[in-house]
Write a protein that binds this ligand. Structure first.
Ligand code: 5RP
Length: 224
């Protein structure tokens, strides 16, 4: 199977996963990226079965609206029963690296407000140790050089993602050569650097369920 077929398979499995949670008053959380896009496209078939969605990016909001799905502000909805999103890497504890699409901050905010986080990913995203994928860090533009120097002190090789402005008007530093032994501690440590808005480690709030696309079918995994 191709990677795209695996993404389609997990998007379809996510639809089955959330179906029992839907209802006319229900607003669900939706992530960002190519896997989340496939989920949004499949969700269109159920658009009459729920109230709408909170999106983790302008791109996803636009895609949802394109399917006639109402998009709500998180400040209006409060918590959401479920958040469905992809990942760049995920380990057995269902801790993740996210932010390849630069939407990490809004993704983390919606995830924080979700009663359940369903991660959808093709098998290539599954790792023993997080860090081969360069960890994104969103920074306030004026703090970019300072934060980069602090990241070097922690052992990372940060690179400015040129030409990318986040939906929040900020910039991204991608941390190369940065294998992570203790994701929970590193998430907190990076957040403590002045000028960092968010980092792409999702350890404090990992996923509750991972739907992983493999050649053998979609595996449903929970945190080890
Ligand atoms: C966007 C993200 C995405 O979830 C992550 O990059 C995975 O993307 P894709 O589904 O395209 O592989 O965190 O900021």
């Amino acid at each position: 199977m191709t990677q795209d077929e695996l993404k389609d398979a997990v998007a379809a499995a996510a639809l089955d996963e959330i179906r029992p949670l839907l209802g006319q008053d229900v607003v669900i959380g939706i992530g960002t990226g190519s896997t989340a896009d496939r989920f949004i496209d499949k969700l269109a078939a159920l658009s009459g079965d729920f109230r709408g969605a909170v999106a983790s990016s302008e791109a996803s909001a636009q895609r949802l609206r394109g399917h006639g799905i109402d998009v709500f502000e998180l400040n209006e909805t409060g918590t959401v029963p479920v958040y469905v999103d992809g990942a760049d890497e995920v380990n057995t504890h269902l801790q993740m690296i996210k932010g390849g699409g630069a939407a990490l901050t809004r993704e983390k905010v919606v995830a924080a407000c979700a009663q359940r986080f369903v991660c959808i990913a093709d098998g290539s995203k599954r790792v023993e140790r997080l860090g081969d994928f360069p960890l994104p860090v969103e920074v306030i533009p004026m703090a970019r050089s300072y934060v980069a120097r602090e990241l070097v002190k922690l052992g990372a090789d940060p690179a400015y993602r040129e030409g990318v402005i986040t939906d929040n008007g900020n910039q991204i530093l991608d941390c190369y050569e940065f294998m992570i032994d203790d994701p929970l501690a590193m998430e907190a440590r990076l957040n403590a650097i002045v000028g960092v808005v968010t980092n792409g480690l999702f350890a404090a709030r990992g996923a509750d369920v991972l739907l992983l696309g493999t050649e053998q079918g979609v595996e449903r995994l929970t945190p080890q």
